[in-house]
Structures are given as C-alpha cells and as structure tokens.
Design a protein around this ligand. Structure first.
Ligand SMILES: NC(=O)c1ccc[n+]([C@@H]2O[C@H](COP(=O)([O-])OP(=O)(O)OC[C@H]3O[C@@H](n4cnc5c(N)ncnc54)[C@H](O)[C@@H]3O)[C@@H](O)[C@H]2O)c1
Length: 288
C-alpha cells in the first residue's frame, strides 16, 4: 500500500513553482511555498491568483473554490518551515549553485527520513543534487511542463541509486493525486522531451538568425504544415529564452554534439533581457 502524500513543499514561485503550488492546492493538499524574499512572495501569490482568477472567469472554478485553493497555499521566506513536508519540489531558478544550496539546506531541515526531495530542473543532473544530501536515494526528478496546471505530462527521473519505494510513491502521487501522465526516464540531460525538443527549437532560431524566413513564417509553417499547436519560436517565447539557453548549454556540455550548441542570437537575446512572454518581448512582441 503506497502511503499518501498530503504535505507538500515547493521551493521557488516563478513560472513553474506557482503552477506546481496551484495544482497541489487544487488537489486538496497542504502546500507550503518557500521563497527568497517578501517581493518573491508577492510576485508568486500574484501569479497563482491571476491563474485562479482566469479559471473563475472561464467558469472552471467558483469564487469560493478559488479562495479555498488560495487558503491551502502558505508562503514562507524560511526554508526551515518545510521541516514537516513529505514531498518537497524544488522549482527555483535553473542555476546549479542555487539548487545546490537549496538541497544542502533541505537535507538539514526536512525531518522525515522517508521524505522525497524532487527537482523540477530541466537540465541539472539529479544525481548531482542527490549526492550533496545525506539521502541520495530519496532525491528524484519530477519534471512538470509549462503550464503545469494544464500540461498532462510529468517526467519522473530516477538516478542509479534511487530508492524504488520513493519512485513508486512519487509515481502514485503524480498519477493518482495530481492526475498527471507519468513517463519514467533515466538521469540524462534533457530527459526525453527536451533532448528532442531543444535541437528543434535551436534549428528554428538558426533559421531565423540566417534570414532564411521570418519568425512569423517559421511558426506558421510548423503550425499549418505539421499541425503543431504552436510554432517553435512561439514555444521558445513561452518557455523563456533564458531557460532554453540554460538547457541547451547543459545538453551541449553533456553530449558535446553541435546540434545542442546555442546559436549566438539566442545568447544575445538573453543578454538583452528579451526572454519571451515573461519580459514582454522575445521572437515576438507580447506587450499587448
Ligand atoms: N519555464 C519552463 O517552461 C520550465 C518547464 C519545466 C521545468 N522548468 C524548470 O523549473 C525551474 C524554474 O523555472 P521557472 O521557469 O519557474 O523560472 P522563473 O525564473 O520563472 O522562476 C525561478 C524562481 O526561483 C526563485 N529563486 C531563485 N533563488 C531561489 C532560492 N534560493 N529559493 C527560492 N526561490 C528562489 C526566483 O525568485 C524565481 O521566482 C527551473 O529549474 C527550470 O529549468 C521550467
């Protein structure tokens, strides 16, 4: 019998952390979100509220349900407040040093020896995060897709030393409690989806960079010709160009294959703060 998880911690409340906190609270769980500062808390709460308000407008939830869901999410600036969590999902910025510090501290503060630690990382090896803790068998990758509230897939990443009870418990939680479709993968950069998706997006950026076609035409071509719901450059804007760059660099570092090498235009756009939806401009204008 798989023990049910009811107390969930989320670290970080950006695009993904907010969405993960929301689906856990929608599932009736007690959610605690650890953020860096009062400013991050305000931004995180605003993200969750905006998403829930959209559900109310679309009549997918009532105002009372929205308020109940929000009441189940408690913010804290102290990681130590995650001490009693049964599952902690880290969704902080994709920087190895930040995640290293978070996992080192989670290991110190989370009390239950059978608690599961998960990272939503798109590219940092789970093994590396696990090995800085005293419980590497309990550290998994739980890779949601953006937005986690709507995307059905979760990649469940197991390391060579993963405790099979933790993997089974996490899979049961994701499929039964959160209603996700789980694909299990090994701990290799990019897992399944990004290892296939990132070279495709980078090819579209190279095509645009070379002047071969406009951003709009590249996106239209893939939507109309391949029935993709979104073109590759629109998708890059949605994911965030900084994330695309981080993941491409991680894939390139792991496999040393040229198709993972980030094109110069992507690097310049990230340096310029043209990150896509989240900054209002990427390959397309999102200010309106
Ligand atoms: N954006 C996507 O499409 C997507 C999809 C799947 C997975 N991911 C992964 O999810 C993670 C988060 O990505 P995102 O898109 O939400 O990024 P984001 O930039 O929107 O949010 C990152 C958040 O981390 C916070 N943060 C930084 N240091 C922190 C710390 N020490 N403690 C707590 N919070 C801290 C920042 O304040 C920010 O709110 C990354 O690992 C990314 O690779 C992203």
């Amino acid at each position: 019998m798989t023990e049910t998880i009811t107390r969930v911690g989320v670290v970080g409340c950006g695009v993904m952390g907010a969405s993960i906190a929301e689906i856990c609270a929608r599932a009736g769980l007690d959610v605690r979100v650890a953020v860096r500062s009062a400013g991050s808390q305000d931004a995180g709460l605003a993200r969750v509220t905006k998403s829930l308000d959209r559900s109310v407008r679309k009549q997918h939830a009532s105002e009372a349900q929205r308020d109940d869901i929000l009441a189940r999410i408690v913010f804290t600036t102290e990681l130590a407040d995650l001490a009693d969590r049964e599952l902690v999902i880290e969704a902080a910025v994709e920087h190895s040093d930040v995640k290293t510090e978070i996992f080192t501290n989670l290991d110190k503060v989370v009390q239950a020896p059978d608690a599961i630690f998960a990272s939503n990382t798109s590219s940092i090896p789970i093994t590396r995060l696990g090995c800085i803790t005293t419980r590497p068998g309990r550290v998994l990758g739980i890779h949601f897709f953006n937005p986690a509230t709507r995307m059905p897939l979760v990649e469940l990443v197991e390391t060579l030393v993963a405790d099979q009870e933790a993997v089974t418990r996490a899979e049961h939680f994701l499929s039964t409690v959160l209603g996700k479709q789980v694909v299990r993968t090994r701990d290799r950069a990019g897992f399944v989806v990004n290892a296939l998706l990132i070279p495709y997006v980078l090819s579209a950026i190279r095509m645009f960079e070379s002047g071969f076609a406009s951003a709009t035409d590249i996106d239209r071509a893939m939507k109309l010709g391949c029935a993709h719901p979104m073109g590759p450059l629109e998708l890059a804007d949605l994911i965030g160009l900084d994330i695309i760059l981080d993941v491409a660099e991680a894939l390139h570092a792991e496999f040393r294959e040229p198709h993972y090498c980030p094109p110069p235009l992507l690097v310049r756009m990230v340096d310029s703060g043209l990150l896509g939806y989240k900054t209002g401009r990427g390959f397309h204008d999102h200010t309106s």
